[in-house]
Design a protein around this ligand. Structure first.
Ligand code: ADP
Ligand code: MG
Length: 139
């Protein structure tokens, strides 16, 4: 089943000029980048995007980190793209991520873990529409 998922290259990765390196993980795994833009989130936007984590102890710190530099938001498309992207990203904590994953290769720690990926079809649809209109996505 062809799906779309929302990916974010986070501030720790844009700061280290890793956008192209991270994109090559997606492309080599067969996912297509069908929309992409670089922007700076406002604190309001970061809080809204991560509203599902509002009760977690790390929420404020996470939102501050997500506005600390530019991010690259993107739509990835491909076979089972949502689960596939989670596999390509690796575990949340880079220390637990498998060899060959983005977080193992470039993640710094459990917070500064370089990438975000949607975790379900429902969240993928919500997160894609948070950043993109249909006219901006060319599959
Ligand atoms: P994932 O990004 O793998 O889906 P979560 O949805 O659980 O992970 O968490 C969202 C983001 O919050 C993580 O990617 C990471 O940046 C941050 N985060 C998660 N757990 C922690 C933690 N224990 N301490 C600090 N930041 C965390
Ligand atoms: Mg998550």
């Amino acid at each position: 089943m062809t799906e779309r998922t929302l990916s974010i290259i986070k501030p720790d990765a844009t700061a280290r000029n890793l956008t192209g390196k991270i994109n090559s993980f997606f492309e080599e795994a067969g996912l297509r980048i069908v929309a992409q833009k670089r922007l700076r989130l406002t604190l309001d936007q970061a809080q809204a995007f991560y509203a599902v984590h509002a009760e977690r102890s790390f929420y404020n710190e996470l939102c501050e980190y997500m506005v600390s530099g530019p991010v690259v938001v993107q739509v990835l498309e491909g076979e089972n793209a949502i689960v596939r992207n989670r596999e390509i990203m690796g575990a949340t904590n880079p220390a637990n991520a498998d060899e060959g994953t983005i977080r193992k290769a470039v993640g710094k720690d459990v917070q500064e873990n370089s990438v975000h990926g949607s975790d379900s079809p429902e969240n993928a649809a919500k997160e894609i529409s948070f950043f993109f209109s249909e006219i901006e996505i060319a599959g």
